[in-house]
Design a protein around this ligand. Sequence first.
Ligand code: FAD
Length: 623
Amino acid sequence: MPEVERHSFDVLVIGAGGAGLRAAIEAREHGMRTAVLCKSLFGKAHTVMAEGGIAAAMGNVNSNDSWQVHFRDTMRGGKFLNNWRMAELHAKEAPDRVWELETYGALFDRTKDGRISQRNFGGHEYPRLAHVGDRTGLELIRSLQQKVVSLQQEDFAATGDYESRLKVFQEFTVTDLVQDDGAVAGAFGYWRESGRFVLFEAPAVVLATGGIGKSFKVTSNSWEYTGDGHALALRAGASLINMEFIQFHPTGMVWPPSVKGILVTESVRGDGGVLRNSDGKRFMFDYIPEVFKDKYADNPEEADRWYTDPDNNRRPPELLPRDEVARAINSEVKAGRGTEHGGVFLDVSTRLPAEEITRRLPSMHHQFKELADVDITAQPMEVGPTCHYVMGGVQVDPDTGASSVPGLFAAGEVSGGMHGSNRLGGNSLSDLLVFGRRAGEGAANYVLGLADRPVCSEDAVAEAQRVAVEPFSREGGENPYTLHMELQQVMNDLVGIIRRADEMEQALKRLDDLKRRAETLSVEGHRQFNPGWHLALDLRNMLLVSECVARAALLRTESRGGHTRDDYPGMDSSWRRKLLVCKVSEGSVSVEEEPQIPIRSDLLALFEHSELQKYLTAEELEG
Ligand code: FAD
């Protein structure tokens, strides 16, 4: 077996997006020797791509905003399936996390009187998204990295070594967690460049690996979102919840084909952009669901007045939660009212002066000009749904981020519960900071409480190596690129935005077949920068996670948030009380129902009884 490089830390954070960096900062500040491992270059995480902003009820633009209103919006957006404790912590702590970011060096756009500016977004009752133009994620990552550097400078002053307490390992992929009698003992993986293997020994691991979008053909996600953290957790014995809920963002680019799926930020609609079909009709007024009728304008005049007088008018239906808008676009296209390239029109050019568009939406202006030769200050964009975010993830304790596996924690997109069946825009960036901090603290406290350190056995390390090199030992087997393409097509066509039992059953058969074929995957060459090998290892994760999505989606016989069943079009309040929990035992996925913990009464009291009637069962309402 090849030689294995070894390192030892107190806390390992896998992922250097917002959740990972915030967790690492917290663990280090609790005195832990902390390592951050990331598959891509340091700074190139999904978080850096975030455009619109970070949601926090600071009340800077509308003083009626408060954590209670943010909590209510989040629960409504998730159709009451959210882990209410997470939604509560998130709404209460998000403003502090945004302020804290400014102490790390972030500089958000300002209001005229110098406060952090906040913009409108779908499903948020008040302007709530703190932003830096449409490049908010870049500022978030930049300032978290700056904080890492400042901590490293402190460490240099104390120890003479910048990396003595906080060290980043970039372009490093974790393939397996190593356990000792069930508890986390470390993580095993390879340097992407050299292919050399490394063992990181540590009693606590925080998963912060982001999403799973690369299992779908049309997606806003980039190459590294292959569900690694979800799969690592499953294989270690933790459970995933809410995997049936996938967010299809309503507005991805549809043309040219090479850029299909790339995100068109919701800020375009937040800043006044409207959706029209090929007949020129502003169609969203036809798609306001019953549960939202009292909150959204049913005519263009009122919708337009809302931008200047939000207190006396209802919001435009373009700002309905993402699942509603994505389904509406899908229906228009299916009904033959789509654009030439299978999308609808999103127009901001007739709503704002050109200079205002380039000031507020510089990235969108640049993106369309460069990639599609469209000038959004003068022409409408063509947009359609794209797989964007997974609501499902590792089942964690809301306060500490701990999973059911001792020593294993999760935060950010890889964790589940916070967003229920559908995430509101802007609520991810705040989630990363609130729960990243909590998971870092949870991991530190866990390590401090340990009497003995778990040990990585040589057998476990040898097994991780064996699995990693297996694709080299076969000749003439399946090609990883072919398998990946087929997987993406299956998930897109059969477990996509609109689902049916017969199609999902077909998907499960196809996934089973792909899984069998994956056992014969073979790669050529050697371990030095070998993307075919990298993909072969990633496919193991994508197939496992895709099966969880398909199995859970087949079982949930209702439509809710990011799970739309053609054969069960309505929301069923008895299903709101159930979570679908995915586990893996001896390589097989099982999905079981688990009761949802009833919402605490003081939080329930924040809603009108008439609204609760739309979501809760009669039995719950009486209780
Ligand atoms: P990520 O930022 O996705 O980072 C994951 C990290 O894990 C990376 O460093 C990756 O290299 C690493 N990793 C993965 N697997 C491994 C492995 N096996 N080994 C080692 N490292 C690994 N949300 C908002 O709230 N507001 C917005 O405006 C917004 N805009 C968005 C725009 C776009 C285009 C996209 C795609 C998403 C947007 N989102 C937005 C969603 C949000 O950006 C993500 O949900 C969030 O950034 C995820 O952060 P994370 O820290 O969980 O993971």
